[in-house]
Design a protein around this ligand. Structure first.
Ligand code: HEC
Length: 142
């Protein structure tokens, strides 16, 4: 094949390549938007169910010293190793001694010793609102 013929073939293939990559970009963008929307819908549903505000949870966890014993994603200085990391804690089957649910989570993080007298986690005596805010955070953001 002569040189000119080859370069002609290459140039005639280019619009096709451009068209395909534009399509790929569009498909990826649509997927990303879908993912973000389904995440925020999930977060909204959880927050409504729990009645807490995860924005208030970070200061509440700092105030109550949770990070002294736990590693908590998104909480400055929370690198404790006394208790388990709270990364993905809401996805575990059990919280403390109970099946995981928002209620069980609120009870555990406020009054763990009432749930299990032998646990190393102390009663933190969170206010009900702090317990809701932190539970919302643990469900939606870790
Ligand atoms: C003095 C250390 C200490 C402090 C302070 C503390 N925890 Fe814990 N926490 C623990 C320990 C130890 C465990 C594991 C207890 C067990 O399994 O019996 C635990 C367990 C947990 C669990 C269950 C984890 C799992 O995988 O089942 C959650 C959720 C939790 N803590 C949240 C908190 C929050 C929120 C705070 C602050 C309000 C807090 N903790 C404060 C020591 C602590």
């Amino acid at each position: 094949m002569r040189r000119e013929a080859v370069s002609k073939q290459v140039t005639s293939a280019l619009p096709w390549v451009e068209g395909t990559s534009a399509l790929v970009v569009i498909v990826l963008a649509v997927c990303a938007i879908g993912l973000i929307r389904s995440n925020s819908q999930r977060e909204t549903a959880i927050l409504q169910a729990v009645g807490g505000d995860p924005e208030r949870a970070v200061p509440a966890m700092i105030r109550n010293g949770c990070g002294g014993c736990h590693e908590i994603p998104g909480v400055p200085g929370a690198h404790g190793t006394v208790g388990p990391s709270l990364r993905g804690v809401a996805e575990r089957e059990y919280v403390g001694a109970s099946r995981t649910s928002p209620d069980a989570m609120m009870r555990w993080i406020s009054r763990a010793r009432d749930v299990d007298p032998n646990t190393a986690m102390p009663n933190t005596n969170l206010s009900p609102q702090e317990a809701r805010d932190i539970t919302a955070y643990l469900y939606a953001r870790t």
